[in-house]
Design a protein around this ligand. Sequence first.
Ligand code: NAD
Ligand code: UDP
Length: 315
Amino acid sequence: MKKILVSGGAGFLGSHLCDQLVAEGNQVTCLDNFFSGSKENISHLLSHPNFELLVQDVSFPLSIEVDEIYNLACPASPQLYQQFPIETFKTSILGSLNLLELAKTTGARIFQASTSEVYGDPQLHPQPESYFGNVNPIGPRACYDEGKRGAETLFFDYHRQHQVDIKVMRIFNTYGPRMSAKDGRVVSNFILQALQGKGLSVIGDGTQTRSFCYVDDTIQAMRLLMDSSMEITGPVNVGNPTECTILELASLILDLTGSKSTLSFLPAAADDPLRRQPNISMAVRDLHWSPQIQLQEGLLKTIAYFDSYLSKNTG
Ligand code: NAD
Ligand code: UDP
């Protein structure tokens, strides 16, 4: 049994990770300030003897005894982080700094939830880890992209200078139950709109692409990376390489929900990456991991989640 800190543990990915770590018998401390996460995501864990909640902002230093640290604390939705850019940048940089100091002091192994956004609007397709990316450092997405890039820099500098045992994962678009209904990401928006008979809000002409990975696959990759041998530091891409346009996603969600909703086109967003697809050969080689759940199956599980969410939260 390990003592594990999950910062951002009340969020979408963090709560699934906490579930798995607690189920495996670990002592889990979830640190979260509920900026974009929610108590409902972890309510079932609150009375568990191996689970503790620390309501705290990760941009302030902390001192606890731990064997492993997962750093997931950061707003992840473009709509939200563009509304709070300074808080987002501070969370990424100061949060990483504080947790790396904690790892240095305790000797804990530390995982960073980095992102495909470090590649910006990529000029190389699909994106391998060796690609340095194409990020606009002063654009509206920079608070997130540059925050995550700066965090990676800190992780590798703590590794080189202080021999901190690091694990950096570049996560591509992940979806599934417990995504926030309010944070404006495309999968949750389209499903909620389809279920409520509202127009699906397609930003731009919908020809931009993403590659969507189901949450269980992403969490499995996180656990494999954390348990991998010390030489494997990453950064390692994790995502589902099946690429689709936003129009294809909309049409699949309309089919799967049986919705009569139509498409509502909105103006294109500044710096919105036009294509995104992970090259996952490193994860396949080093972690023996590849995604198992294809888009249709994952969407059906997510639709069931939002269906039940709507029946609890409306009417
Ligand atoms: P999320 O918003 O659901 O989770 C983030 C959690 O961090 C929330 O619970 C939030 O309250 C917490 N948080 C934010 N700022 C904080 C602060 N200053 N102090 C303490 N807690 C704070 O998002 P998610 O999708 O679960 O993403 C989790 C992590 O994975 C993020 O770091 C995100 O950048 C990264 N990531 C996610 C995806 C994805 O597709 N879901 C893709 C790439 C990277
Ligand atoms: N998008 C959309 N409608 C929405 C939300 C997003 O068309 O209601 C588009 C968005 O412009 C982007 C893609 O879907 O091209 C993925 O957006 P999301 O916010 O989910 O994640 P991102 O990959 O941009 O971080």
